[in-house]
Design a protein around this ligand. Sequence first.
Ligand SMILES: [Mg+2]
Length: 392
Amino acid sequence: MKITAIEAIVCHARMRNWVFVKVHTDQPGLFGWGEATLEWHTRSIVGAIEDLSELLIGEDPTRVEHLWQMMFRQHFWHGTGIVRSTAIAGIDLALWDIVGKVHGVPCHKLWGGAVRDSIRLYCHLGGGDMESFYQTPVDNAKQFAELAKAAVEDGFTAFKSMAVPPTMPVEGLKAVNAAEACVAAMRDAVGDEIDIMVDCHARPSPAMGMQFAKALDPHGLYFFEEPCWPENLSSLAAINAAVTTPIATGERLTHLAAFRDLFAIRGCEICQLDLTHCGGFTEARRIAALADAHRIALAPHNPQGPVSTAASIEFGFSQPSYIICESVHNDVPWRDDIVEEGFVVDPATRTVTPNTKPGLGISINEDEVRKHPFQQELPQRVFYRDGAVGDW
Ligand SMILES: [Mg+2]
């Protein structure tokens, strides 16, 4: 069996261009789907997939580890940069989809079978509609509370909010008080049985991240995400040690060695590896094994398209330390027209039961995809009140 072509298929989904990867083989009807979505880098990703395909065409698609080694190590430049690692991931997921189809089993069965009966999903406030999640002002605690109630009415038992505003490297009490008011309002609105998460998007400096973490600690967050830049490993470790709230991070890390350094310094309790950015299933399985050795939980980053979700779910059914999966369902109204999934979501509880179809269990409707060609992603830029650049 040989790989005959690798296609990158772009589908504009408002905030992101989903980049689907289709690996074709010389066997009639046998192909695999992956996803390599990287917002604001769509053209680079499409180019990187084209570069990588030069290495793989003519090779046996079922030698996934061997092909992964080629993609990561050839030629000379390792695949650690975000563009290359995302492109590798997209292809790797598609190769595993092919292997599942060859053997007639879902991917999770290739790795030892389901380790749980269901997976819990969490949503963003607004369900993935960009304005609700990213643009609800942090001085509007009431709106946070209303969106929180809506998430629970939608069946979710856990949701994530952006209740920490962009701040300059050092600021006074106003921002910290505003964040605390939002979290208190959400807790009031939904009670103690619902899990609330706050994503800082690595906006704060280590000093401000520490202040936010300590202020929000009494509110019992399920996790507190990216309280400072992922490059600040010792600061992540200091914040993680200073509060009882579990710190979550990892969505911007692209390879095993980066996770090794994060885990070794105990920079988090929850590893948010992204199947579409950290080298696909092949590298993610190594990262998960390393996380297990540190008793660090897994909760994948997954705000992208439907192949990313299918991959995150397949992975979760194979990983004992996996606790919850990020999901968006409200980013574009035609999401369900694009994909048919092999797993089932119970809308009353927002839990997922395992996929029973081979590979990732998905089919993508390419006619529907063609209705949404590439468009430049909407800008999401932050400038502080003095005009200096901040983090989104
Ligand atoms: Mg995040």
